[in-house]
Design a protein around this ligand. Structure first.
Ligand SMILES: NC(=O)c1ccc[n+]([C@@H]2O[C@H](COP(=O)([O-])OP(=O)(O)OC[C@H]3O[C@@H](n4cnc5c(N)ncnc54)[C@H](OP(=O)(O)O)[C@@H]3O)[C@@H](O)[C@H]2O)c1
Length: 337
């Protein structure tokens, strides 16, 4: 079968189209014929061994996210049947409960082989059935970005109707955060890089937008939006350069969901603001299968439609990664298998 894998050494030059034997299902396992994959920012770091020893060993099949159809089930499998359409879950061993080191590190696309393959063999515990109304490409966007947004807004930090939420950018996690925040009845502000993107995200339901290129001091500009009260929740995706401003516009007692480091991973923050405003900074690391399946039920119930930016062919993986690196995507970059 065809696979993409990082082989020989780390680095983008070593990411190659290759072949492996088709797997077969052992007891408790399922084999999936993969239909589509999608990219996350993380997938750009894995070929560079960006997560150190947690990135895994070579050869490694990249990408955590995808959808496939079950073609074979091993002895004792009860969760799914041949013909079911399922997503592999991001953290293969994190089914429920709190994170621990093993649950956080058994993740697809590094160190565990990912979705850029024709067939995948996984534990039946590591897959979840997807809503019927979603296309394969839409379903392939869900395991990492959507669950991360869901964890930030529902599982870890429950959002209430009327809450004021600020989301950074119009990438994968950001647009899911907008969609879920609206579903929960929150008022949503999005900061983004162009007027065109402001219009597109308003059409998706954002109540207010700020162009952070035109208004680099965007925290000040939010005062009118929140009536000086500040945000209940900030979906912090920028990291180094956005954090100081987020701390200026979160409300006293509010929360920063610490998810991304798009502008850098070091922290230089006014600690006084965190203390005197009793601000909580909560790290979010994707989420578990219970959260994923709760999210799938909500997506099904409300017929939510993930935003697919652009679709590449299987053999165009590197072009898809370059497109993601360019940062012009609106929503998810996908691969049709
Ligand atoms: N903790 C977790 O579990 C978890 C899970 C998934 C992702 N992440 C992290 O979350 C971040 C976003 O991931 P993603 O996959 O959604 O990325 P993505 O789809 O590549 O999104 C990138 C978008 O973010 C916006 N952006 C870039 N730099 C920005 C900045 N300095 N300030 C505000 N917005 C900026 C841009 O949109 P605009 O042009 O519209 O501003 C860009 O298109 C990454 O750092 C990723 O590693 C963490």
């Amino acid at each position: 079968m065809r696979v993409f894998q990082i082989e020989g050494d780390w680095g983008m030059d070593h990411l190659k189209l290759s072949t492996r034997p088709v797997p077969s299902a052992g007891p408790g396992q399922v084999v999936l014929k993969m239909k589509a994959s999608s990219l996350n920012y993380r997938d750009l770091l894995v070929p560079l061994r960006g997560y150190g020893s947690h990135t895994g060993s070579l050869p490694l099949i990249p990408l955590s996210d995808g959808v496939g159809v079950v073609t074979e089930v091993g002895a004792g499998v009860t969760r799914v049947a041949v013909g079911d359409r399922v997503c592999p879950i991001f953290s293969q061993r994190w089914i429920s409960g709190e994170p621990d080191l093993e649950r956080l590190t058994q993740t697809l696309g590094g160190p565990v082989d990912g979705t850029m393959t024709e067939f995948m063999c996984l534990s039946e515990q590591g897959v979840s059935k997807v809503p019927a109304h979603l296309s394969d490409l839409e379903a392939a966007t869900l395991p990492c970005a959507a669950l991360t947004a869901w964890s930030a807004l529902v599982t870890v930090l429950p959002t209430r109707p009327g809450d004021r939420v600020l989301v950074q950018g119009c990438g994968g996690v950001a647009l899911f955060a907008v969609s879920f925040a609206k579903l929960l009845g929150a008022h949503v502000t999005v900061i983004t890089s162009s007027a065109e993107r402001e219009a597109r995200v308003r059409a998706l339901g954002a109540d207010a937008t700020i162009n952070y290129r035109q208004t680099p001091e965007w925290a000040k500009a939010t005062r009118d939006i929140t009536g000086g009260r500040g945000y209940d929740l900030i979906v912090e995706l920028g990291g180094e350069k956005t954090l100081p401003q987020s701390l200026r516009c979160v409300r006293p007692g509010g929360v920063l969901a610490m998810i991304g480091v798009l502008s850098g991973g070091a922290m230089s923050a006014a600690l006084g603001l965190i203390v005197t405003r009793q601000v909580r900074m909560q790290g979010i690391t994707v989420g578990n299968r219970d959260g994923f399946e709760a999210m799938l039920r909500a997506i099904d119930q409300h017929r939510l439609q993930p935003v697919v930016d652009r679709v590449f062919a299987f053999e165009e993986l590197k072009a898809a990664m370059a497109h993601l690196q360019g940062g012009s995507q609106f929503g998810k970059v996908c691969i049709a298998h």
